[in-house]
Structures are given as structure tokens and as C-alpha cells.
Design a protein around this ligand. Sequence first.
Ligand SMILES: Nc1nc2c([nH]c(=O)n2[C@@H]2O[C@H](COP(=O)(O)OP(=O)(O)OP(=O)(O)O)[C@@H](O)[C@H]2O)c(=O)[nH]1
Ligand SMILES: [Mg+2]
Length: 141
Amino acid sequence: MMKMSTETFKKSVLVAVGVIESTDGEIFICRRGASQHQANKWEFPGGKVEAGETVAQALARELQEEIGIRVTDCRPFMRIEHDYGDKQVILDIRKVTGFSGEPHGLEGQPSRWVPIAKLHDYDFPAANSPIVDKLQNKCEG
Ligand SMILES: Nc1nc2c([nH]c(=O)n2[C@@H]2O[C@H](COP(=O)(O)OP(=O)(O)OP(=O)(O)O)[C@@H](O)[C@H]2O)c(=O)[nH]1
Ligand SMILES: [Mg+2]
């Protein structure tokens, strides 16, 4: 029988992540804070799914709290499991296909709209590479 190390059971964090696309094909990104995990990297807004929440509910809450929009429609885009060593995450990424309000950093974080072709100019956490790839491969999410 295979010996299971404690590593095998390292707890992972489920994260709801929103890819928000404007009508002219730009994506809204934010910069993480200096004291956060993956400090100062650019990210797609979102955050940890809390107990009793669905991913869609967590996404709606996080996007309201962080960037002040109300999500009216979203669809699954992709799911990524990544082990940072210090932390293991499961990113459940949703394409936000409908929202009201104009996104802006409510927590003092820098934020901007970026054309999809320019996303590779930004330093994202390692887990995000497949997201940028999928967007740039023009897969219809
Ligand atoms: N929001 C977000 N988190 C990401 C992305 N990529 C990625 O690896 N993560 C990781 O997902 C984890 C949780 O996200 P978070 O820090 O936004 O969670 P949160 O909003 O609940 O923050 P908090 O811990 O300050 O309450 C972090 O370890 C972060 O590094 C991304 O594109 N967006
Ligand atoms: Mg967050």
C-alpha cells in the first residue's frame, strides 16, 4: 500500500475568480497588495469561497466588495489547481458576461482594463498562465 505523507492531505483553498470582459474585448485586472499572498502580482478579481457559499455567490460578493460591480450573469470558464508550496489553491474561474456598475479598485488597489493581446505584459501569479493562454487562444469561454 502506498504510504501517504501529510503532504498528500495539504488543505487547498477554493477561490472564485472573475474574468470580466468589456464589450470592446478588454479584461479588467487588479494589482494585489504588498502584504497579500503573491504580493504585487496582477490578478483577476475574486477571493476565497466561504463556508455555505456557492462559487457564484462568492464571486458576486467578492466583486461587489473589491471592485463595486453587481454580477448579473456569469458562466464557467476553467478550473485550475495549483500548488505554490506555501499554499495550495483551486481557482474556479468564471467569465463575467453581465454586470452593472463600472469596476474600480475599492480597496485602494491599482486596476485597469487591458486588451487581451496585452495581458502577457503583466506579471500574474503562476497559476494564472492557463487563463491568459485560453483567453489569447481566442477560445470562446
Ligand atoms: N483573486 C485572485 N486570487 C488568485 C489569482 N491567482 C491566484 O493564484 N490567486 C490566489 O488565490 C488565493 C485567494 O485569493 P485572494 O487573496 O483574492 O482571497 P481573498 O480576496 O478572500 O483575500 P483575503 O485573504 O485578503 O481575505 C490567493 O492565495 C491568491 O494568491 C487571481 O487571478 N485572482
Ligand atoms: Mg481577493
